[in-house]
Design a protein. Sequence first.
Length: 435
Amino acid sequence: MTGPVVIIEPSPDTPLVWFDIAIRGGAAADPRGVEGLHRHAALLARRGAGRRDRAELDETLDNLGAALEVGISRDALSLSGLALSRHLDAVIDLAADILADPRFDEAEHARLLRETPQVLDEIRDDDSALATRWFDWLCCPGHAYGRTSLGTEGSLARIERSAAIDLWRREVVADNLVIGLAGDVDEPTAARIVARLVARLPAGARPASTTMYEPAVAGPIATPVTPGRRVILVDKSDRTQAQLRVGHLSIRYGDDDTAALAIGEAVLGGMFSSRLMQEIRVKRGWSYGAGCALRRSRLPHWFEVWMAAGIEVAGPAIALTLELLADYAANGPTDDEVDFARDYLVGSMPFHVATARQRMQLAVRDAVFDLPPDYTAKLPVALAALTPADVRAACARCLSPASAVIVAVTTAEQAQASLEAAGAGTLTVVDHDEY
């Protein structure tokens, strides 16, 4: 047993300690057809542990002026906390109970299963969240990141309490944890805290399921997906806008092209002066904003463009976006654009690492991605070493406009003809609550 990865960022100027405990695995490791299981297990573990039920656990935290929250991502579950220095041991004991002795109460299990569909309804009511949900599912059918961390009506019906318990016991082992501590904490204190967090955890190596994810379930498109562009119109009545997503599978965060693509995405859609903002918002007024980014994850993930265009210009906005992407993949940014974007990124980095908590959280994320804990912090050095030719070459390698997937959440009756005229590929219409 080698134990957890431990990251410490001391800052004794305030009597507070933040901690993040990442359990590698996450939504991408959900069993096929049981999407939502990791989220369910994490939330259920937080609803009572040790001798305390949910109400007693919450009351104890309130009395300590502390917080303990769970989170879910594609690659990890997390248990994050904040405590006054003088109450740190007491809060760590609560966190250790959640890790080692969650109650997985039957009544809370049933209550959570009743509550989760309400969250799904809220996403369906939010056009932006709905567009992201559909885009994730359909961008690269079969990819593990096509999984929904929330689940579907069908997958939620398959979640069993025993499966949540088994998942927790299998994945909450010391070798599968990344523990970050920031604030009023030194090396001896950190060692003592980590020892208490893992003391009651079962022995065992990092589970293979947290490194090798199953493919996602297929999407709702009736015909087989073939190479080339395709459009999915998610039909929702009475829309005045179209929430648009355009993108494709690209590299992983940490790939050799990561730094160069960071400059490339800043030029294309990461700043107000970016090409997308200037062409879509400033020149034409089609959308209040337009941006792009490579999703940050452990495995290769999407390069994605987003905007919310007026329904009457949804088609032209898609056509122009694809034109901009094609030109950018072929020619990349100019020398001046690279210099400006590099200065912007290097200049903004101090704002992302200004506090001990920020530095700790970035390092925990890097470790979850199987990168050195200082990978992101050292990106400015990598950025400074890049030439414009390097950035253009990375854009050519990483951008694939010819295989872009377009998702539009809007009203089919008003937008379908416009989207078909955009020449963006085969168009399929689906109901917004189909997924």
